[in-house]
Design a protein around this ligand. Structure first.
Ligand code: 3IX
Length: 183
C-alpha cells in the first residue's frame, strides 16, 4: 500500500528569478525530450514530478561555456509515494536520478547535448515523501576537450541540503547515436 503524501500544489513553479524551460530557444527542445524522460516524464504521477527552469548565465559563469546563449538550469522536484525507499522517504535512486538529469540538462544548456559518463552522489539527509526541493546546478570545465563537469544539490525550501551530485559528461558529436533510437 502506498503512503499518503502531501500534493505539491503550485510548489513546482519556477523559483523567483527563473523562467520555465520551454521559454528558452534550446530549452524548448530539451523540454520536449523531458516529456518522455524516466525522470520528468510523469508530471502528474505519484513518483517523481520535476519541472525545469532557466536563467541567463552571468558573464562570470559564461566564460566556461560554448553555447551561443548559455543558460543556467534549476529544477523543482517533488517526491511522491511511488518514489519511496526507506519508509516514508525518497529512494536514493530517485534522488540520484533527479541530480543526474538536472546536471545533464545544465550541460546541454551551457554547451550542447551530452551524456553522463561518471556520476557521484552524496546523500546528506533523507527526503520525506511529499517534499518539494530545488535542484541547483553548476557547470564547469573538465580536463580535456569534449567533456564537461557539472554539480547539483537538492535543497529544501528551508535551506536543508539533502543530496549533492557531481558528474562528468561527454559532449555528443557525430560519432554518437544518442540523439535518436528507441521505438
Ligand atoms: C530530459 C531527458 C532527456 C534525454 C534525452 C536523450 C537523448 C536526446 C539526445 C541528446 C541529449 C542527451 C542527454 C540529455 C541529458 C541528460 C540525460 C540524463 C543524463 C544521462 O543519464 S545520460 C545516460 C547515461 N549515460 C550513458 O548511457 C553513457 C554510456 N556511455 C557511453 O556511451 C560512452 O562511454 C561515452 C559516450 C560516455 C564515452 O564514449 P566515447 O566512445 O564517446 O568516448 P571515450 O570513451 O573515448 O571517452 C571520451 C573521453 O571521456 C573520458 N571518459 C569516458 N568515460 C569516462 C568515465 N566513466 N570516467 C572518466 N572519464 C571518462 C575518456 O577518458 C575520454 O577522455 P579523453 O578524451 O581526455 O581521453
Amino acid at each position: 500500500m502506498e503512503a499518503e503524501v502531501r500534493e505539491p500544489g503550485d510548489a513546482l513553479a519556477a523559483p523567483a528569478g527563473w523562467r520555465p524551460l520551454a521559454t528558452h530557444p534550446v530549452g524548448a527542445i530539451i523540454a520536449h525530450y523531458a516529456e518522455r524522460s524516466f525522470v520528468a516524464g510523469d508530471p502528474t504521477g505519484q513518483g517523481i514530478r520535476v519541472r525545469y527552469a532557466w536563467r541567463a548565465m552571468s558573464p562570470d559563469e559564461a566564460c566556461v561555456v560554448t553555447a551561443a546563449e548559455p543558460a543556467a538550469l534549476a529544477a523543482r522536484a517533488w517526491f511522491g509515494a511511488r518514489a519511496e525507499g526507506p519508509p516514508g522517504h525518497a529512494h536514493g535512486g530517485s534522488m540520484a536520478a533527479v541530480l543526474d538529469e538536472a546536471m545533464g540538462l545544465a550541460v546541454w544548456l551551457a554547451h550542447r547535448a551530452a551524456v553522463a559518463a561518471h556520476l557521484e552522489t552524496d546523500f546528506r539527509r533523507p527526503i520525506p515523501l511529499g517534499t518539494t526541493v530545488t535542484a541547483e546546478t553548476t557547470v564547469g570545465p573538465a580536463e580535456g576537450t569534449g567533456k564537461a563537469r557539472a554539480t547539483a544539490r537538492l535543497v529544501g525550501d528551508d535551506g536543508t541540503v539533502f543530496a549533492e551530485g557531481s558528474a562528468l559528461f561527454v559532449l555528443l558529436g557525430p560519432r554518437h547515436t544518442f540523439a535518436g533510437g528507441g521505438a
